[in-house]
Design a protein around this ligand. Structure first.
Ligand code: PEP
Ligand code: MN
Length: 342
């Protein structure tokens, strides 16, 4: 952290700031210039709040030079993290496509969709059994029955499962059925919950909060790593902006930004990112071009009757077309995408 003190501040104010830093165990590098006195704070400043120092008498400004997150940062670990789940490696050369319905609605529905996405080359089946809905009157998910169904469907086609956990209490149950735990946008800053994820053995798919800055998102991942779970996958799923045409604004620049700031893999979700079926494929192409380590895409064979997010769900045929297109793009950026299953 750097603390800047006004030119005309009395020496007693400079000394007071230095004494406080000394009490807290920091070394201080002082440089007295013509315009200002600058104090460089040396030590682990992660616990300091720059605003506390801005408020001290004589101080003009105080700001951080190092990031408040540590373990998630590229400085901490230069090499990109690869997460091994079953036979798959997330964050390696292969771009992985998680696909399936928004909600598990029935065994028949899940089997039809699982077969279609598996054939098109997806190796990870998505589907919610516990749904975080904006309205209390909307379908809330099938609960444990839904978990049983998604596991059965994934096993039938040799796929992995990703499903959402909404609270710490349901983690033991969800862990019995899933390979990857999804944390929804609405829970990204539910700190008591995300603290509990540090103690879980499964990888965490951390969706970006609806109005979260990239730094807040990185800090949420820091909670999980600091708690002992190093397997976190980021997912950009669109943020709230002044634009209302699309459901959210998919912030594709977050992909290279996360890759620069963190060693952890990052996915994109063009379904929630746009909310509109006909915008999903173009944004999926763009996300792969931007270097995403994978995508999460909603697919439904009968979206008109879907119990949630039908408008943003691709028909199986469209999903297959999307896969064909992104295979070409992946090659251009030095990545691969699995071939369709004959
Ligand atoms: C979902 O994946 O169905 C979902 C609810 O996502 P998000 O948390 O990004 O809204
Ligand atoms: Mn959804």
């Amino acid at each position: 952290m750097v603390i800047i003190i006004a030119k005309d501040a009395p020496e007693s104010q400079v000394e007071h700031v230095i004494e406080r830093l000394d009490e807290l165990g920091f070394n201080v590098h002082r440089s007295t210039g013509i315009e200002h006195t600058v104090l460089g704070v040396i030590g682990d400043t992660t616990k300091l709040d720059a605003r506390d120092w801005q408020m001290m008498p004589g101080v003009v400004d105080a700001y951080r030079v190092s990031a408040p997150y540590k373990q998630v940062s590229r400085e901490f670990q230069h090499k990109s993290t690869q997460i091994k789940i079953g036979n798959l490696i997330i964050g390696g050369d292969e771009v992985h496509i998680m696909a399936g319905p928004c909600s598990i609605e029935s065994e028949e529905q899940t089997m039809i969709i699982a077969e279609a996405v598996h054939k098109a080359g997806s190796k990870i089946l998505r589907g919610g059994a516990f749904k975080p809905r904006t309205s209390p009157y909307a379908f809330q998910g099938m609960g444990e029955k839904g978990l049983e169904i998604i596991r059965k469907a994934a096993d039938k086609f040799g796929m992995l499962v990703i499903t959402e956990a909404m609270d710490a209490e349901s983690l033991p149950l969800i862990c019995q059925y899933t390979d990857i735990i999804q944390i929804g946008a609405r829970n990204m800053q539910n700190f008591s919950f995300i603290k509990a994820l540090g103690k879980v053995e499964k990888p965490i798919f951390l969706k970006r909060g609806i109005s979260a800055t990239i730094q807040e998102w990185l800090m949420s991942a820091e909670y999980i790593l600091a708690g002992g779970n190093r397997n976190v996958i980021f997912c950009e799923r669109g943020i709230r902006t002044f634009e209302t045409y699309t459901r959210n604004t998919l912030d594709l620049s977050a992909i290279p930004v996360i890759h620069k700031l963190s060693h952890l893999p990052v996915f994109a979700d063009p379904s929630h990112g746009t909310g509109l079926r006909d915008k999903v494929i173009p944004m999926a192409r763009a996300a792969v071009a931007a270097g995403a380590d994978g995508l999460m895409v909603e697919v439904h064979h009968d979206p008109e009757h879907a119990l949630s997010d039908g408008a943003q769900s691709l028909y199986p045929q469209q999903f297959q077309e999307m896969m064909e297109q992104i295979r070409v793009i992946a090659k251009v950026v030095g990545r691969t995408i699995a071939d369709p299953v004959k």
